[in-house]
Design a protein around this ligand. Structure first.
Ligand code: 9MA
Length: 233
């Protein structure tokens, strides 16, 4: 078999992941509020909190649809979700920010993020990452797979059966490698560039933790779901 040819079962697997990725989207009313609410730091933070909460809900639903996830040890399922929540929501919002948003929304969202009580030192890496994802022009199969691969990272804290997670991540990496060759024929290093983004993503965990702490210090409130997934309060 040609090493780049996608097999029938890989195509079926891809359709499951893509369907799950597209089925769970940010509710339109949250996106609409972006344009309506006024611009105070409090209003912006409330909007972003609502967006973050809905992104985490979408993340949990998407994860449950990754073939094999629900047959993992239950504690490992929680460890994978908590360990990947920042990276997966970052990746998804970066993808949405650079492709899915209607024109004009991106600027409004950027404006609200810049005025929501986040320190400058977090803003720069965040927008650099958004830009670097936008420049990749990923097709949506690649976006969905890269998100699933991020979630199925074996070496998250507290994962007991790392081999079981590796067995789920490896087939997805193989499909992604073939998709990259298929959709970006002129760029043999494209697959490596995608994986390089996952390394950049890991550095954002640190900034995200700092951001949570600084918000907490200023007595900003989160939703129960965000408190649970990111161990705040
Ligand atoms: C929805 C959103 C979009 C872009 C930037 C930001 C700051 C947000 N909002 C938050 C994020 C977050 C995220 F959801 C995706 C990407 C990066 C993130 F910092 N994490 C959290 C955690 C507690 C409260 C909020 C408001 N929050």
């Amino acid at each position: 078999k040609e090493k780049f040819e996608i097999t029938k079962e890989q195509q079926d697997f891809m359709n499951v992941i893509l369907d799950a990725y597209n089925r769970h989207q940010i509710p339109p009313d949250v996106a609409k509020k972006l344009l309506q609410e006024q611009y105070s730091a409090e209003e912006n933070f409330l909007l972003l909190t609502e967006m973050a909460t809905s992104q985490v809900q979408v993340l949990v639903e998407f994860t449950k649809n990754i073939p094999g996830f629900l047959s993992l040890d239950h504690e490992d399922q929680i460890a994978l979700l908590k360990g990947s929540a920042v990276e997966a929501t970052f990746l998804r919002s970066a993808q949405a920010f650079s492709t899915k948003m209607p024109s004009g929304h991106t600027e409004v969202l950027e404006e609200r993020i810049r005025k929501s009580g986040i320190s400058e030192e977090f803003m720069t890496p965040m927008f650099n990452f958004y830009k670097s994802i936008g420049e990749l022009h990923m097709v949506q199969e690649e976006q969905a797979l890269l998100t699933a691969i991020t979630i199925m990272t074996p070496d998250r804290p507290y994962v007991k059966d790392q081999q079981a997670v590796e067995r789920l991540q490896e087939p997805m990496l193989d499909i992604l490698r073939k998709l990259c060759a298929l959709h970006h024929p002129g760029e043999p290093q494209y697959f490596a560039r995608l994986l390089g983004r996952l390394t950049e993503l890991r550095t954002l965990n640190h900034y995200h933790a700092e951001m949570l702490t600084s918000w907490r210090m200023n007595d900003y409130k989160f939703t129960p779901l965000l408190c649970e997934i990111w161990d705040v309060q």
